[in-house]
Design a protein around this ligand. Structure first.
Ligand code: 5AD
Ligand code: SF4
Length: 441
């Protein structure tokens, strides 16, 4: 009999939020969440399919669970999330130690599936939904010491970038009711949270119709900023084709909205962007960056970019380098293209850039970005920032760490500071990854 469950989460912030929904659904049925895997009767792995290596990592983990199962054969293993949706019952064949498979829109069925699995059957539900937003579930915060929480505002994606598996694993885009989002934010505020991140695959296409009123993202952002004035507000992810000046104006208007935008560019080459179906050009993207700099001077900026997509030439790659050097992102998440079965690209756009070329392009990009991040941090020397303390530094017990509004990681003397404090600090030193500061009184 399953009494206690444990969850491990891979992939994006959306998955972290989903694990909290799953925990809430199971707790409502009387199951108890445990932090120690050794105590669990049910091990849940929330998975990601965005790149091959995300899946490889999960398979390694499943293999590792076999030794636990040898000691305690009654343990059940559930694989949930994007990999569950992508591979469905194939997974029961490939990974013999899985008992339950649940896709991202089927978490309300999880308790029923546990019952089935307890009878010794393999149990699976992977139906995608056009409407499920888990709006009535108040997520269980798994990390109960936390001061920063995720709030999912929409699910799914309609963009069909040709390389991306997400529209297939998370289904069609749907927006969650405004009131249910506000209620969750207020609940977090009441529980002592200091920061929330509004989450969606493309938050800029948020669209909720209530009677004769339509709420778009900047409406929601303003409502949230007003509803929880004591919370720092962040959001992710923005899509360059949809990011509006109206949103930037709302960000400028409210102090409690963090001045940080994650704006994935993916490539700096117009022909590659076209093959990716990103629906913008390099010029359009640069125009969005200009708008950010106009409305929000000093705003933190980060991006996602990947090398080696179908047909990417040296010139295309040079365009990406030029864009990175022009924009000067504070931070970039950089990857090699990984072909995903089922996507348009996997059918029509062969993965034809050799692995060694992908590798050397990625290394070059990482090197350029490391220098840019260092320059960006050096430009902050002598400036003062408000930092939300997240905890004691892992490297030095006499220091705490936190983030600035611009999302830069900052460390400074621990003194009597504790998690959740907002501290004004002056930057005195830096590396390419961290600001080193002193509290100012
Ligand atoms: N290969 C490599 N990177 C990918 N991403 C999405 N799909 C792929 C893929 N098939 C990257 C994009 C996206 C981020 C979450 O992952 O940069 O923004
Ligand atoms: Fe990974 Fe994308 Fe699924 Fe998030 S939505 S878990 S990034 S595949």
């Amino acid at each position: 009999m399953v009494k206690k469950f444990y969850i491990e989460t891979y992939g994006c912030q959306m998955n972290v939020a989903d694990s909290e929904v799953v925990a809430a659904v199971l707790e409502k049925e009387g199951y108890e969440f445990v932090k120690d895997i050794e105590q669990a009767d049910l091990i849940i792995v929330n998975t990601c399919s965005v790149r091959e290596n995300a899946e490889v990592r999960v398979r390694g983990r499943l293999h590792h669970f076999k030794s636990l199962q040898k000691k305690r054969p009654e343990i059940l293993i559930a694989l949930i999330g994007c990999m569950a949706e992508r591979l469905k019952d194939e997974l029961f064949e490939q990974e013999k130690n899985i008992d339950i498979i649940v896709g991202p829109d089927s978490y309300l069925q999880f308790p029923k599936l546990i019952k089935e699995a307890e009878h010794g059957d393999n149990a699976m539900e992977v139906e995608l939904s056009l409407t499920e937003t888990y709006k009535d579930i108040c997520p269980t915060r798994i990390d109960d010491n936390s001061i920063s929480g995720f709030v999912s505002i929409m699910r799914g994606c309609n963009n069909f970038c040709t390389y991306c598996i997400v529209p297939y694993t998370r289904g069609r885009e749907r927006s969650r009711e405004v009131q249910s989002i506000v209620n969750e934010c207020k609940d977090l505020e009441a529980r002592g949270y200091k920061e929330i991140t509004l989450l969606g695959q493309n938050v800029n296409s948020y669209n909720f119709v209530d009677g004769d009123k339509t709420f778009v993202f900047h409406d929601l952002l303003e409502i949230v900023a007003q509803s929880v004035p004591s919370l720092r507000i962040r959001f992710s992810t923005s899509h360059p084709k949809d990011m509006s000046d109206d949103m930037l104006k709302i960000m400028a208007k409210y102090d409690n909205i963090c001045k940080y935008i994650h704006l994935p560019v993916q490539s700096g080459s117009d022909s590659v962007l076209k093959l990716m179906n990103r629906k913008y050009t390099k010029d359009w993207y640069m125009g969005r960056i200009e708008a950010i700099k106009k409305y929000l001077p000093g705003c933190g900026l980060s991006t996602d970019v990947f090398v080696g997509f179908h047909g990417e030439t040296d010139e295309d790659f040079q365009d990406t380098i030029d864009l990175m050097k022009d924009v000067r992102f504070d931070l970039a998440y950089m990857f090699k293209y990984s072909e995903r079965e089922g996507t348009y690209a996997s059918k029509k756009l062969p993965d034809n850039v050799p692995e060694d070329v992908k590798g050397s392009r990625l290394a070059k990009l990482i090197e350029i970005q490391r220098e840019t991040s260092f320059e960006s941090n050096k430009a902050d020397l002598g400036k003062t920032f408000e930092v939300l303390v997240e905890g004691i530094s892992k490297k030095r017990e006499d220091q705490v760490y936190g983030r600035t509004s611009q999302n830069k990681v900052c460390v400074f003397a621990r003194e009597d500071f504790k998690r959740g404090d907002l501290v004004n600090v002056k930057v005195v030193e830096c590396t390419s990854a961290t600001l080193i500061a002193e509290p100012v009184l």
